[in-house]
Design a protein around this ligand. Structure first.
Ligand SMILES: [Zn+2]
Ligand SMILES: [Zn+2]
Length: 72
C-alpha cells in the first residue's frame, strides 16, 4: 500500500500511469497540462490532437522539454 493517494501530480491524468523523469519534464502544451508521452502520441495520432485541458492543438513546436535540475 503506497501512501501517495493525496499526491497524484506525478501520474498521467489520462491513463493514471506514473510519469517517468522525462515525462515530468515534458510540457506538451503552454497551458501546463501534463500527460505522458504515450498519451501525447495517442492523442496526436489517434484522437483529435487537442490538449484535453484547453483544446489547443498539440504541436511539436509548442512542446517544451525542461532539463531536469541536477540538484534534485
Ligand atoms: Zn498517459
Ligand atoms: Zn493545453
Amino acid at each position: 500500500m503506497a501512501p501517495d493517494l493525496m499526491e497524484t501530480e506525478d501520474c498521467c491524468p489520462l491513463c493514471m500511469e506514473d510519469l517517468d523523469i522525462t515525462e515530468r519534464n515534458f510540457w506538451p502544451c503552454k497551458c501546463g497540462y501534463q500527460i505522458c508521452l504515450f498519451c501525447y502520441r495517442h492523442i496526436k495520432e489517434d484522437l483529435n490532437g487537442l490538449c484535453p485541458a484547453c483544446r489547443t492543438p498539440y504541436d511539436d513546436a509548442n512542446v517544451k522539454l525542461v532539463t531536469p535540475d541536477p540538484q534534485e
